[in-house]
Design a protein around this ligand. Sequence first.
Ligand code: SF4
Length: 267
Amino acid sequence: MAGIYIHIPFCKSKCRYCDFTSYPSKLGFAEAYMACLYKEMKLRAAELQDKQFDTVYFGGGTPSIIDEKLIVGCMNQIKKYYHLSDSAEVTIELNPGTVSKEKIEAYKSAGINRFSVGLQVASDALLEEIGRVHTVSDFEETCRLLGEVNFSADIMIGLKGETFADVETSIRLVQKYGAKHVSMYALTPEDGTPIYSDYLNGDLPDADEVAELYGRAYKLLESLGYKRYEVSNFAVPGYESKHNLNYWRRGEYIGFGVAASSFMKNS
Ligand code: SF4
């Protein structure tokens, strides 16, 4: 197994908890950035000629915010310079409110066959609290646009004021729309982010409270058919993320983009 990771670092605005490398309001640089990324892919191609890649992952940032032609162009570069297996899992992260029917069709035509949608929580008040730019109905609209596809949804626990009822509503909503995979992450209040002051003020749930939420959510997910296959990820059997499993198994991956890392044993 080997994977390719593509980092697209653009976002509409910065979420209050985010310490990822992402640039809000810099969309004007997307084309120039992708041109550099294509060059980087070409530069590394010769040394990886003998390698077959089984997964591709477009992560962010918000990959779905840039023009779909740039994602299609990137897929063309991958196919041109790298050996992608016929059954490769190709995932793109989407944020609700950033996709259209045309965009999704363009992704599918380019070979993207898995979608990871960032819901986080099915409460408009909590979404606003953490600085997300979308609403719950934006998430629902994104699911309708996706139709019958293999998709994963992100859910966060440990938010200020979040109850188990909020988590349960989130889980039931993503199940209703047919998510085959759920990533349930506990909020990590990173120093330097706005949410860190909530942590210092004691406004966030403590570790025991988060552990209890996790335990209850875990049981609910399992009862709905989502089996846990690593700490934070659950899937209907057969829909585990190959790209994710490759990280956990210390498999090789090559990363392209400004904050992507690589783990290639002989390169
Ligand atoms: S959408 Fe993701 S990468 Fe962008 S600011 Fe929010 S958490 Fe960070």
